[in-house]
Design a protein around this ligand. Structure first.
Ligand code: ZN
Ligand code: ZN
Length: 274
């Protein structure tokens, strides 16, 4: 069944790019004909090319949500906003005040008047593009960091990357979603045996780092339910993981839960739309 043509399921997720070299994803509400961009860590050319490939008109973006200030999530903000302005779009930029103050690309975009700003905090429900968006805290070595649940009627998409653990707030916000974008950053053994300096290995594996494949599987097993249709493995490391491993490990978790959802893997340089 093509869920995009099913009116019960109006939400679509377009992962434009995911990984340590740059992150951006669009949650599209096909009922409203609008969408929200999560993070802006791609260059303008890649951003526009993948929007085009996704069949999404970037002028329909009403807001940009920033998870945290790390440059792989923010470095394209200025160029993308300037590009959007040419097509008459001026999305609202939303972030935590701590993230706004810590992130150079955010500060510059606001100083240059490229967009208006609205703050959010964990626990907020934002109303954007015809969706209710629930903000929850993640656990990451940033000034502050967040994930989101996008809800439209009975349809819901969960989004969580760049976190060392799943917080209680995250687990409750992500319950019952139809589509789950979930970080599966590294294979623990590959990280331990790999070339990264010791302090970086510790940082990645810490409670304020990134989720391993096995951690993602544990979270998925707890969240799996009958209505879960698609899981997208996010922020997959090109050094400490393969694109095959997260799929296998997450499929194993779904099998153990008796859940028939499909696992996809998001790529650094390729669009994944669900
Ligand atoms: Zn990141
Ligand atoms: Zn990060």
């Amino acid at each position: 069944m093509d869920s995009s043509s099913d009116m019960r399921f109006p939400l679509r997720l377009h992962v434009l790019g995911s990984g340590s070299k740059g992150n951006a994803a669009i949650i599209e509400n096909t009922l409203a004909g609008q969408g929200v961009l999560v993070d802006c860590g791609l260059c303008k050319r890649d951003f526009l090319a993948r929007c085009d490939e996704a069949g999404f008109d970037p002028a329909a973006l009403t807001a940009i949500l920033i998870t945290h200030e790390h440059t792989d999530h923010t470095k394209g903000l200025g160029v993308v906003l300037r590009g959007l302005a040419k097509s008459g779009a001026r999305p609202l930029l939303l972030a935590s005040p701590a993230v706004r103050d810590a992130g150079m690309p955010l500060g510059e975009a606001l100083q240059q008047g490229l967009c208006d700003f609205a703050p959010f905090a964990a626990g907020d429900i934002l109303q954007l593009a015809g969706m209710d968006i629930r903000v929850f805290a993640t656990s990451h070595d940033a000034a502050a960091s967040f994930g989101f649940r996008f809800q439209c009627g009975a349809d819901a998409v969960g989004y969580m990357t760049d976190t060392g653990v799943a917080t209680d707030g995250a687990r409750s916000a992500l319950a019952g979603v139809r589509v789950l974008a979930l970080e599966a950053n590294h294979d623990r053994t590959m990280l331990e045996a790999g070339e990264y300096p010791y302090h970086l290995k510790l940082r990645i594996a810490s409670d304020c780092g990134h989720l391993s494949n096995d951690q993602a599987a544990e979270i998925l097993e707890a969240l799996a339910h009958e209505g879960l249709q698609t899981v997208v493995a996010m922020h997959v490391s090109q050094n400490n993981n393969t694109y095959r491993l997260p799929r296998e490990v997450l499929e194993g978790a779904l099998r153990r839960s008796g859940c028939a959802a499909v696992v996809k893997v998001a790529y650094q340089d390729r669009l994944v739309s669900v």
